[in-house]
Design a protein around this ligand. Sequence first.
Ligand SMILES: [Zn+2]
Length: 331
Amino acid sequence: MSEAPYLTFDLDTPGVSRGHLVIPGGTDRGELSLPVFSLNKGEGPRLLVTGGNHGNELEGPIVARRLIKWLPEAQTCGRVIVLPVLNPLAVEAWSRNTPLDGLNLNRIFPGRADGSVTERIADAVSRVLLPMADTVFDLHSFGPTWDFPPAATTHPIADPDLMARTVRMAEAFKLPLTLVWQHNDTAGMFDITAQNQGKVFVCTEFGGGTVGADNLAIYEAGVRNAFIALGLIEGKAEYPTFRQQKSGQTLETRPSDELKSPAPGIFEPRCSVLDEVKQGDLVGILHPMDSLSAESIDIRAPETSIVLAVASGAHVEADKVVALVARPLKK
Ligand SMILES: [Zn+2]
């Protein structure tokens, strides 16, 4: 029988405490200890904050570490558990997936106690930490090959009450974009496991390719706004400034909103994220590079919509998503 994952300290200890979530060893490697911080001010909301789910998205772990610095002073009630790095093996390799087993942690929840290391991490988080929280913030970023505005995201949820509460929580980040994202690759996501237990789960995203001070400030301001909305800290929530604007909008996107490359080549964006485009407007151009005679191909908006994300800085294969569009969420 497999060993059970465990915490090396008591989360009920008042004030700030720290220790590890121990992931038992398996056939592929020995045990793994993930640093965990608990900020306990008694009765109130119970929140779990995680970063480093994907190893090449480093804003989350940084913002999680910053939280630990200011939250103990500011927190007035409730309990916050912070796990800055869910997948240290992927973070150390700056890789989306775990190098050892090739798995994407955010597609194998709730994990398996007797599985490979990534599955054991998911199992430990699902069984040990998730039951201790009512709300989860999983801090992602969109990775190095996309331009994507600071966003709090969720997916369509079958339970309308949980859906409404989740969208409200996501909007409370007051980021430039709140997004309900319907796509065909949600099986095994951390979101689903948490939502199946009735929890409000918000995934933050942030694109741009590089980890920069301006981006981190917006990201952290959004997390602080969400803490205010939960009642964990006092203060006034404000929209952070993004591209000279202080505002936010709630959009939805579907698989049919993915614009794909018609051929292999280099994608040239012709618009910026959050631009409004009309049907037929130019979103970008695909430049095939493997032929002297091949013409560059225009990629146009299928209908009036808002540009959500554009691929940046990478050669793309044929039929790969190069841009996403969206429209205002119908509530
Ligand atoms: Zn991610």
